[in-house]
Write a protein that binds this ligand. Structure first.
Ligand code: XIL
Length: 307
């Protein structure tokens, strides 16, 4: 069968995955790389662009891992999703412990450093990651504490200025079904639009379970994003197996999610969060489409056919 990126090209979407250079260093690194190179048209750095990786100590910037990933992407014609510029996690202690009144300066500095270095090579930026709380209010993060909701406006405006041609994304989890969190996201998007904040797309993380069956709600949520003139990205898809479900049940969830996105013309990118169960951040639930020995599971064929 066709490679996933080729299958996706036929549907006018990009397909890809998160990639981590940590795994190149393993004995199976060459295999990991060659699969990524042949299957993916776009990649996210799994953790190499996070603040704790790039700027662990004040004034000290460590770009080597990220530079290597960018070279790998370029050598293999992959687009890059910059991930994440502003998040409340994966922060170094010095940022966690910073004074409230200094945080806007720190945030702006990080965005400037990363975007100046990588904007030529990045197509999509996850500018803001996980801003909404489960109850639909704003997440009470250290950024929110310092700047209120304006931190989102500031970051997007800065991102647009530093990379005018990139697609700027607001990325969020648990928005694939109806409920207060998705309602809160919609009202946030409406407030941002009213303030002319340059958001181009919403990223649906979609770390879901094999029991997921709210496909109508997912379709309605995606339609609501499209109605607001925004692109739809699936940014971190994986399907953890629960309740002794079979790999075929998992595969069915993968294909129904892809079908639901492709039914929307604004669906432009679909990415999984890793590709082999050997290296997933969900360590126990075999959430991906290659097994721990890189052998294809039913979910791989489901993706090939759905894309
Ligand atoms: C995760 C990585 O996969 C882990 O290796 C790391 O320890 C923590 O971050 N949502 C996101 C991703 O936006 O950045 C997270 O990645 C997974 C959840």
């Amino acid at each position: 069968g066709e490679r996933l990126k080729a299958a996706a090209a036929g549907s006018n979407v990009q397909f890809g995955s998160a990639i981590s250079p940590v795994f190149y260093m393993q004995a199976d690194g060459a295999l990991y790389e060659s699969i990524a190179a042949s299957e993916f048209g776009v990649m996210s750095p799994e953790s190499s662009m996070k603040w704790i990786a790039i700027n662990p100590v004040p004034g000290q910037f460590e770009f080597a891992d990220m530079d290597n990933l960018i070279s790998f992407a370029k050598a293999n014609d992959m687009q890059v999703r910059g991930h994440p510029l502003v998040w409340h996690r994966s922060l170094p202690d010095w940022v966690e412990q910073s004074e409230v009144e200094d945080r806007e300066v720190h945030m702006r500095e990080f965005i400037t450093r990363v975007m100046n270095r990588y904007s030529d090579d990045v197509t999509y930026w996850d500018v803001i990651n996980e801003p909404v709380a489960d109850d639909g209010g704003m997440r009470d993060s250290l950024w929110f504490e310092a700047m209120g909701e304006q931190y989102i406006d500031i970051a997007f405006a800065q991102a647009r200025e530093l990379d005018p041609t990139a697609v700027l994304v607001l990325n969020e989890y648990d928005i694939g079904f109806a409920g207060p969190k998705f309602d809160g996201l919609l009202s946030l998007l409406d407030r941002l639009e009213a303030r002319e904040v340059p958001v181009d797309a919403v990223g649906f993380q979609l770390h879901v379970f094999s029991s997921f069956d709210q496909f109508d709600e997912l379709a309605a949520n995606m339609a609501a994003i499209a109605e607001r003139g925004l692109d739809i990205h699936i940014t971190e898809l994986d399907v953890a197996i629960v309740n002794d479900d079979s790999e075929q049940t998992q595969a069915d969830v993968y294909s129904s999610i892809v079908d639901t996105c492709l039914a929307q013309v604004r669906c432009t990118v679909i990415q999984s969060w890793g590709f082999t169960d050997r290296y997933s951040f969900r360590t126990t639930q075999s959430p991906l489409y290659l097994n721990t020995d890189y052998v294809t599971k039913p979910a791989y064929q489901a993706l090939q056919e759905a894309l």
